[in-house]
Design a protein around this ligand. Structure first.
Ligand code: SAH
Length: 249
């Protein structure tokens, strides 16, 4: 399905293209990004550039745009001519953000179909990302904050999450079927975790078959060592308990 925005541009559903058309929402995002002089900013999925244009009114030093849709980039290049901008035709779910600097701020109205993967990739590059501001599906935002998924634990181990605001579908074009939320991630490492890949694998295993008692996934010896009831379900465990269990491994 496509949606005609201008005569020349069709928005593509497969790329999760829902552009923000509310100046108020765009201003709010830029305000919460709190861009200071000399900062390097990375915008994920700039799309038609509505947010990009507003970002360029801040004292940022460099703005990297990561966009997967080549056609979108060509359109964007016609709209944006600023020497602080660098275009990257790339996939934000796999992009190595650390090659852009040792401290970069990420933000964007994310493509909702891959928002979780982009958040995961953010955590994998946490060394160079002290801050991220993402528009995502409201339901996903709530689940990340409440817990109840491996990604929520993975994210909250290294970042604190602040719920900034809900954004109704009518502020996007075309309006998505879901409500949206803006969330702010601030790096705040609750533990020194060695080996992120192992940690992810551990959490994925822990959160598989959520209804099963934890003893079906983790050895009884280890649970005893960590002082965890073997009959507990993973959702009953706090972040601290999970971290302690991982340390006991
Ligand atoms: N921020 C824009 C549009 C957001 S829509 C605005 O608010 O106006 C999401 C954007 O992400 C689209 O431009 C889409 O092409 C792009 N996109 C989709 N998948 C992507 C990926 N994996 N990596 C980078 N960009 C992607």
């Amino acid at each position: 399905m496509t949606f005609v925005l201008q005569e020349t541009l069709r928005l593509k559903k497969r790329y999760g293209q829902h552009v923000i058309v509310s100046p108020g929402v765009i201003k709010a995002i830029v305000k919460h990004a709190n861009v200071r002089e000399g900062e390097t900013i990375v915008e994920i999925g700039p799309g038609t550039g509505n947010l990009t244009v507003e970002l360029l009114n801040t004292p940022l030093k460099k703005l990297h745009l990561i966009e997967l849709d080549e056609e979108m980039i060509q359109t964007l290049k016609k709209r944006i001519a600023d020497e602080r901008v660098e275009f990257h035709h790339a996939d934000a779910t796999k992009f190595d953000f650390c090659k852009l600097g040792d401290s970069v701020k990420l933000l964007g109205n994310l493509p909702y179909n891959v928002a979780s993967l982009i958040i995961e990739n953010t955590v994998f590059h946490k060394e160079c990302i002290p801050f991220a501001l993402y528009m995502i599906q409201k339901e996903v935002a709530e689940r990340l904050i409440k817990g109840g998924s491996w990604l929520s634990i993975f994210l909250r181990t290294f970042y604190s999450i602040e719920y900034i605001m809900s954004v109704p579908a009518r502020f996007f074009k075309p309006p998505p079927k879901v409500q949206s939320s803006l969330i702010k991630l601030t790096r705040d490492e609750k533990a020194k975790v060695e080996g992120l890949k192992n940690y992810k694998a551990f959490l994925v295993k822990l959160y598989s078959m959520k209804r099963k008692a934890i003893k079906s996934k983790i050895s009884q010896d280890l649970l005893k060592k960590a002082g965890i009831n073997p009959m507990a379900r993973v959702e009953e465990l706090s972040l601290e308990k999970i971290l302690f269990l991982y340390e006991c491994l």
